[in-house]
Design a binder for this molecule. Structure first.
Ligand SMILES: Cc1ncc(C[n+]2csc(CCOP(=O)(O)OP(=O)(O)O)c2C)c(N)n1
Ligand SMILES: [Mg+2]
Length: 586
């Protein structure tokens, strides 16, 4: 059988060490599917149920492995479905390649069925975006697409008309008139040097040595620099604050961290930001500038020059990799002997941890979501990987999922989309078949892409799903109240859905939990189950994810919503009261 053009594309993916493609075919991409069929020993095709999920899976695969994630969809609607997941990759800066189908070249521009100009549609999301028009382009264009995705840490898109997909790989139907031949490129990416210049390093060291009360803000770009972060924090007596995507940068039980920042962060982190005179940002482009100090001297270690100094006035941005830069910086730093500042925040963190533990109350009925998250955190493995949806679940995970050992944590950080939790878990489990991978998701987010649980069953991926089922778009309920308005359009009508029944009906382990006493046994059963398992837990819809430090305006608007007729007032007030009493007792 002669090689078809699609094989040239697939062969190039193999050369780039791609071993998995997530996707869903259609008549616009059957030629590429034939290329994948012919090379199925080298690349696994994971057939999904919704293309959006395929893009989330590719994004998560890239986040967890550092290698390019690949997703595939057919022309028109399939390509449109990929977009949300691709924006997640773009906004969280991970390399993903999207391969889509296109109508055959003889029909382009004639308004044929499903004709959507995906190359134009993807112009905003993709760093590299090309429609193939000649089979001989394929090797070089694939190399450039993947290299660009790595270099710019974003999305590359190749769309292939379906007549070209099945053309001879070497077909070159046109006369060459340009004074060039097709480029002969290689499947190689060389990362830029990770170290700033020696002068920059010395300037950064002098700057930090000059600081008095120093805080470090670590983000996703510092996830691989745990040891170095801790060493710098110890040397400078500087507590580390973590963004949510950077949660696994330092263990939550480390004496050098004050935990998260922002609405779902901790009170000590907020206070630290108010007190410091010097801030060192490492691998973060934290967007919620209201939570960053405005009157401090700021230095930054950032891999992308375009993002250096992008959030607050930054006196000293240096461009470099977090790990390499911190490691080289360390011998230039003066060790502090007076550690009262750090000790103060260690003390505050102990108090904060006690306050959080007080909310993890096993006795509450309906079940407190904080208890559910904490129980899962206690029972899960030391190297478990948690994926999470956007919603109140993100707050519960931020505060009650403890990073210890080799644990990891992934969510849609900047796009903050609903529904990635489950497809993320599938993408990560695919890359790490032997790790415990758990999706902690909202009922709203889960329902959006719940068919992907079938994907896990069908591909024998033993992901565990824990649904924090409040039968509501909980996050939005609280957001509406903090605006000063009673909730509207955020609660699903009763009954609470039974997602466990969906799991069991399809051959997986499923457990529905409605009583607090059942939480631990159901979670233990699921975690010990060798295949996919789902625990659907009805939790208290009236449990608010309170900010670490409540501002006067927030409290005032909350009260205003009550006055304006907020439904379920008594239940909400009782929950708030119980939370307060529990914390006072701690
Ligand atoms: C695709 C998408 N649609 C809407 C939103 C706005 N949004 C953010 S969180 C949220 C509620 C999510 O509900 P659920 O998954 O049940 O989680 P909960 O907040 O109840 O824990 C909504 C609607 C979003 N972030 N993404
Ligand atoms: Mg919900």
């Amino acid at each position: 059988m002669a090689q078809i053009a699609s094989e040239a594309l697939v062969q190039r993916l193999v050369d780039w060490e791609v071993d998995t493609v997530f996707g869903l075919p259609g008549d616009g991409i059957n030629g590429i599917m034939e290329g994948l069929r012919r090379h199925q020993d080298e690349i696994r095709f994971v057939l999904v149920h919704h293309e959006e999920a395929a893009a989330f899976m590719a994004t998560a695969h890239a986040k967890a492995t550092g290698k390019i994630g690949v997703c595939l969809a057919t022309s028109g609607p399939g390509g449109i479905h990929l977009l949300n997941g691709l924006y997640d990759a773009k906004l969280d800066h991970v390399p993903v390649l999207a391969i889509t189908g296109m109508q055959e070249t003889s029909l382009l521009g004639t308004g044929y069925q499903q004709e959507v100009a995906l190359d134009k549609l993807y112009a905003d999301v993709a760093e590299y975006d090309i429609m193939i028009s000649n089979p001989v382009q394929i090797p070089a264009v694939t190399d450039l697409a993947i290299r660009t995705a790595y270099a710019r840490r974003g999305v590359a898109h190749i769309t292939v008309p379906n007549d070209i997909q099945v053309a001879d790989a070497g077909a070159d139907p046109w006369q060459h008139v340009a004074p060039a031949s097709t480029p002969k490129t290689a499947a190689v990416y060389l990362a830029p040097p990770g170290l700033p210049s020696l002068e920059d390093l010395q300037r950064l060291a002098d700057f930090l040595n000059d600081g008095d009360k120093i805080g470090i803000l670590a983000g996703a770009g510092a996830l691989h620099a745990r040891e170095e972060l801790v060493a710098v924090a110890e040397t400078l007596g500087a507590p580390i604050v973590k963004t949510l995507p950077g949660k696994a940068a330092v263990p939550d039980d480390s004496p050098y961290t004050t935990g998260g920042i922002g609405l779902l962060g901790t009170k000590p982190s907020e206070e630290l930001m108010d007190e410091i005179d010097t801030l060192l940002m490492v691998g973060t482009n934290f967007p919620y500038t209201k939570h960053l100090p405005q009157q401090v001297r700021c230095a930054q270690i950032e891999a992308d020059p375009a993002r250096a100094g992008a959030r607050i006035p930054t006196e000293l941005p240096v461009v470099g990799d977090a790990k390499e830069t911190l490691r080289a910086l360390l011998p230039l730093l003066k060790r502090r002997t007076e550690n009262g500042f750090l000790a103060k925040y260690q003390h505050e963190m102990n108090t904060w941890r006690e306050k959080m533990a007080a909310l993890e109350d096993a006795g509450r009925d309906p079940i407190a979501p904080q208890y559910l998250m904490a129980a899962l955190s206690k029972l899960a493995a030391d190297d478990a990987i948690l994926t999470c949806d956007s919603g109140t679940i993100a707050t519960w995970a931020a505060r009650h999922w403890t990073i210890r050992g080799e644990r990891r944590f992934y969510l849609s950080g900047n796009l903050a989309s609903m529904a990635p939790g489950l497809p993320y878990a599938i993408g990560v489990q695919q890359a790490f078949p032997d790790r415990q991978v758990i999706a902690f998701v909202g009922d709203g987010g889960f329902a959006m892409l719940m068919a992907e649980f079938l994907t896990a069953i069908q591909h024998q991926l033993p992901v565990k799903v824990v649904i924090n089922n409040n039968n509501a778009l909980g996050q939005i309920l609280w957001e509406q109240m903090v605006l000063g308005y009673p909730e509207h359009g955020v609660r699903y009508p009763e009954p609470f859905a039974d997602y466990a029944a969906f799991a069991t009906a399809n051959g997986a382990l499923g457990a529905k939990v409605t009583k607090p006493g059942e939480v631990k046994s159901a979670l233990t059963l699921a975690l010990n189950h060798p295949g996919p398992a789902l625990v659907d837990v009805n939790v208290n819809p009236a449990e608010p994810p309170m900010p670490g430090k409540v501002e006067y305006e927030q409290a005032k608007n909350f009260a205003l919503a009550f006055l304006r007729g907020q439904p379920h007032q008594a239940t909400i007030a009782t929950t708030l009261m119980k939370d307060k009493i529990q914390q006072l007792r701690s």
